[in-house]
Design a protein around this ligand. Sequence first.
Ligand code: HEM
Length: 522
Amino acid sequence: MDSPITVLTTLLVAIGVSLLWFRGVRKDYPPGPPPIPVLGNVLDFTLKELWITAAKWTRDYGMSFLSTSTYLSTFHNPPGDVCRLRVLNWNIVFLGSYEAADQLLEKRGAIYSDRPTLQMSGELCGIEKLVPLSKYDATFKSQRRHIQHTIGTRVIPTYYPLIQSQTLTVLRSLVDTPEDYVTHLRNLTGGLSLSVVYGHSPQDGNDKFLLMATECLSILANDITSGGGIWAVDVFPFFRHLPAWFPGAGFKKKAQIWKVKMQEFVDAPFLHAKKCVVEGTILPSFCSKMLLDQSEDTNEDMIKHSANSMFAASADTTITTMSQFILAMLQYPEVMRKAQEEIDRVVGTGRLPEYRDRESLPYVEAVLSEVWRWGVPSPLNLPHCSTEDDFYRGMFIPKGTIVVANLWAMLRDETLYPNANLFDPERFFNVDKELRAKIDPRNVVFGFGRRRCPGVDLAESAIWLLVVSMLATLNISKKVDREGGIIEPKVVYSNSFFRVPDRIVFDIKPRSRQALELIAEM
Ligand code: HEM
């Protein structure tokens, strides 16, 4: 006979499971793939290119919720654009259209701007105070305000000389060792953010903070956020109490090692900046300003985490975007030639393009827009989290729902972008002003509402100059093997967070002797 404690425990577990199950089958939740008892949709998740699977879910299940009248009334909003999955008692809602993201994350931003609480990346790896992961609270709001002052639209032109000199360094490095393009791009973004954020100007790629960033960002992108950043301990938070030696608790050992590294990455460049402030040698930057005019809503902990957030958030996004640009030029050489013709006509071949040329280079502008759209650097955005119960088109979205905007699906919407899989800058011409504004991928690619990327202007300026300078001086082409055969680039997306192709093989050569001299001389 079982003891009363066993019977009681079994009963409680059964009630708990049933409650979870019944919560999960409420009729007015957004539709989605059918869950299995207790585990929910765990088995539906894929690690590779989840954005494609999620787009299929919203398309296939999203329609099933709507009555005919609703379907007709939402004629202008793609109807099958929201779906829900359940993992234990987590609600995860995927948004597959711009309209849904605009309605929820933008217009109802007051209740959709939190981030989910993740045990692994948060408490265990100690990076919960970085802005992209932080909760929607007073500290976060103040961090965003200060970041905005440093990299908002109005101040960006003051960084142009810095961006120009970093761009030239990359052009030279790309000509010398194109196969190391990831390192060169990492040095560009690292150098730029070290200067803008910490007032530190690295002399070369061996700068200790650049090397530290390379190691830590790889831990962040390939280890901590591998598998979409969700670990078993996030789903079963009580796992964090297991001792590190316990079978299956290997994550704790990993977290201990990563936490030390990440802490050093947050502290070291900041302490260096602080020392330079005392010595009076710091260059004007986020840290110099924040340390010299400390106000009531700032403290050192908050400053160093804001600084590191900018440093960390700019690297992989920029590398991904530029990798997508290179891929597009390899697959669509006619686009590269057309852009080069425009630059030769407008700028000439005797100097490098500058920011003042931007308005006169509409085709290059369209190429960049298409890089954002076709490339989609972070295809599933960062997850938002709701802080109140809500209804959207009759569907119930409970408080605490993780809301994932599928940017890839939005930028592959055939009604807005016909033949969406093709890289076609022409799609931005011959459309009226209103439609042009509507299809601008920048509305989507940097996220939404109160969590929209605060680095958008810096990223746009740095990437525009790099793209136009590469087009002006270099030819990007497929590599040819020793027998003269063309090596087709293999496009594989192993990273589950950034849409960064695994290392691509390609060739880069200066367009002319004059182009080479221009890069070398400047
Ligand atoms: C290539 C360019 C970039 C892309 C495509 C990009 C994209 C994004 C996206 C999609 C988000 C999430 C927005 C959301 O949750 O709705 C984000 C957040 C963020 N980005 Fe960027 N980003 C880029 C460059 C940068 C740069 C250069 C910086 C800073 C120097 C930066 C700083 C941040 C920060 C701090 C956040 C967190 C914002 C928050 O949680 O409130 N990003 N970015």
